[in-house]
Design a protein around this ligand. Structure first.
Ligand SMILES: [Zn+2]
Ligand SMILES: [Zn+2]
Length: 294
């Protein structure tokens, strides 16, 4: 009798394991508030529908609003104060003005856990990015950069020089030019390539060769990178599983289905990840390892 009860319990525990593996407390490393007219309360609802446990808010600098109606440091900090342990923020500022250091340090001292997103018209290997990298090193936080051909953080294929100059700073790559360069046959003028991927592109090499380079899976660019060639995506999610960070960066108010690229990417990564251990790293573990998300 006792024996059969034990057997029953063991079977029940075993049966529960696969579903428990699916229940990962997901970290979203890339959101904004406000965001093209979406209010803070609408963002809270969006993140709830997507099932996000922890969200990182990336402010704009004092000018340009990152070209998408995005709020600054104060708007992000206000939400973090309302929901500690659930919302976190990065500090941000234009990298090439006299106030760069003061503004970044002001918000790092108030608990910002990174710098970004850096989306400004400078060369990616300029002394402006060096300054940001040095501040990040001093505070032990990563820098998130938006790479976009001819627009932001220019001359992407020189970025390995920055990684070599700043081995103690972690960098997180994001956006069109970052993701398009997973393809070794990439034409730099194309922002959303639809062709199949030739393995070993510049982005992949940065992730494989430099311990301080990470990737942000957010936005239409991250989604396109996985969708354009699912066979390559399966290989990629396995090969660089220790370097990938889930993020959404969508401005919709829905949090699921066609209007929400963040939800679609979450579904796709869940489907294409090689195993539950890798999936957990990509959706939470890697972010928890490199940022103070406690
Ligand atoms: Zn963004
Ligand atoms: Zn969304």
């Amino acid at each position: 009798m006792v024996h059969s009860r034990r057997t029953f319990l063991a079977a029940a525990v075993g049966a529960a394991l696969p579903s428990m593996a699916q229940e990962i407390a997901v970290v979203d490393i890339h959101q904004h508030t406000p965001y093209t007219g979406r209010s803070a309360d609408q963002l809270l609802e969006h993140q709830k529908v997507m099932g996000i446990a922890k969200t990182i808010l990336l402010p704009a600098g004092r000018a340009y609003s990152l070209a998408a109606g995005i709020g600054g440091n104060e708007a992000a900090l206000a939400l973090v104060k309302r929901y500690p342990g659930q919302y976190y923020f990065f500090a941000n500022e234009l990298p090439d003005i006299s106030e760069t250091r003061d503004t970044l340090e002001k918000y790092l001292k108030q608990g910002a856990i990174g710098i970004g997103e850096q989306k400004f018209h400078v060369d990616c290997d300029s002394n402006h990015i060096d300054l940001v990298a040095l501040i990040a090193r001093d505070y032990g936080v990563p820098v998130l950069l938006h790479f976009e051909y001819n627009a932001y953080n220019l001359h992407f294929t020189r970025f390995h020089k920055v990684l070599e100059r700043h081995p103690k700073t972690n960098f997180i790559g994001h956006a069109q030019t970052w993701w398009a360069n997973i393809d070794a046959a990439h034409d730099q003028t194309v922002l959303y390539p639809r062709t199949r991927v030739k393995r070993g592109g510049y982005t992949t090499r940065l992730l494989q060769d430099y311990p301080n380079m990470y990737a942000d899976l957010s936005a239409g660019s991250g989604l396109n990178a996985m969708r354009r060639d699912e066979e390559h995506a399966q290989w990629f999610l396995d090969a660089v599983q220790d370097k990938l960070l889930y993020g959404s960066d969508c401005s919709d108010r829905v949090g699921k289905g066609d209007p929400c690229s963040g939800w679609q990417q979450l579904e796709l990564v869940r489907r294409l990840a090689p195993n539950p251990v890798a999936l957990r790293k990509i959706l939470a573990g890697n972010a928890l390892r490199i940022m103070r998300l406690g």
